[in-house]
Design a protein around this ligand. Sequence first.
Ligand code: CTP
Length: 484
Amino acid sequence: MASITIRRLDEAAKRHLRLRAARHGRSMEDEARIILSSAAAADGALGPSTQQAPPDSVPRPSPLPREDHSAGVREDRSARADSRVLLIVGGGIAAYKSLDLIRRLRERGILVRCILTRAAQEFITALSAGALSGERAYTDLFDPAVELDVGHIRLAREADLIVVAPATADLMAKMAAGSADDLASAVMLARDCRVLLAPAMNPSMWAHPATRRNLATLTDDGVILIGPNAGEMAEAREAGIGRMAEPHEIVAAALTLLASAGRDNALAGRRVVVTSGPTREPIDPVRYIANRSSGKQGHAIAAAAAALGAEVILVSGPATLPDPTGVTTVKVETARDMLAAVTRALPADVAVFAAAVADWRVEEPNANKIKKTQRGPPKLGLIENPDILATVAHMTRGRPRLVIGFAAETERMVEHAKAKLARKGCDWILANDVSADSGVMGGDINTVHLVTAEGVESWPPQSKEEVARALVERIADALVGMRA
Ligand code: CTP
């Protein structure tokens, strides 16, 4: 039945559905099913009296003025189907993943051109990159055919974003030094668009002072970093930080950058404080109370705010994610440390509280490891932690203009979120379902309901980066209308 419905959709709606499905890595039928079930869930959650647009018609919280939904499915502003990415593939074993990256970018309607360094051609061929991108792959600075056709300057200028994946230590060194002795480095020197770098190398090379120096130069030059991740290396028995970010992570970061192109400065001059990750409350020197939060949503919000030009201070509990580039990250352990770090980071225009703060701590953590005894398990006397969000939202002096919280709920989401909004005194709350089957805790997809004094908006299921992007765009729009 779903397929009959899809066949009957008009072309624009079909295209929109195809893009959404590709973005979420689902079939069109599955995507349609999810849209319908979240529409049904939203209707149920909000009751018949709440005016609610179908989720598919609100893929982004719309900036003012509201859009006319009567025309049916509207274009998804995040898709930017005509965006152009120039993918520079460096010579590392992770180059095979860049083929998947090309496919994923193309599925989102993005035009991809590839440059393969000489070393990259030891791992993949120009033929396979060209076949997947639908355009010849470029390899040689001194190829007369290329210079007569597009030329290295046009290759650089005709891109909305350059992605370097894998970015090897050698490629990073050349970029940092401004060398231009091959096509990839010459193009990097001639570019005027943003660059997203996905480093991949052995952990020792990544940790080497020379690489750290080059990285510092590149980030000073405005290059944006995704990864590297921690994990096993291609070489046997080697593990650590150095694995290239996964293609889906690179795509999400690229989409964030492409979508913010033209809005690069929407948060320029604004200071944003974000909390992220879990907190750890000690029981004794080796044990603690914590939760399953990964920090993905908070870190994505910090990165998205920085992409719009904000000065961002990310106060993060123990998370295994890399620090987002362009963001000052302050690492803390306990709820009380987090409150102190947030207080130090103020004043700010906006504060977003995405951390999963432990509600309770052990009143008197043991100085030594608690031993098993004949008397059985110890009794842990718990006391309540300070509520960081409520503390900041109730500040009488120096309160950020916009204080935003999350509501992690496992039932009656919107109802609980509305109560939290009132109780904590914040301006907006993003309610999300954190029950075990939602996969939100630690997962990549989030389905949120934005609860404000004006009402409730249900956003469709989307990646945490997309939620972050939608939120920071919404923040930028809201600040325009607010008094300083
Ligand atoms: N929060 C906070 N400090 C705390 C507890 C929560 O800043 N000590 C913030 C979270 O970062 C989030 C919001 O408050 O933005 C709601 O957190 P949540 O865990 O959903 O609610 P709780 O206040 O812990 O209430 P409950 O556990 O009863 O749902």
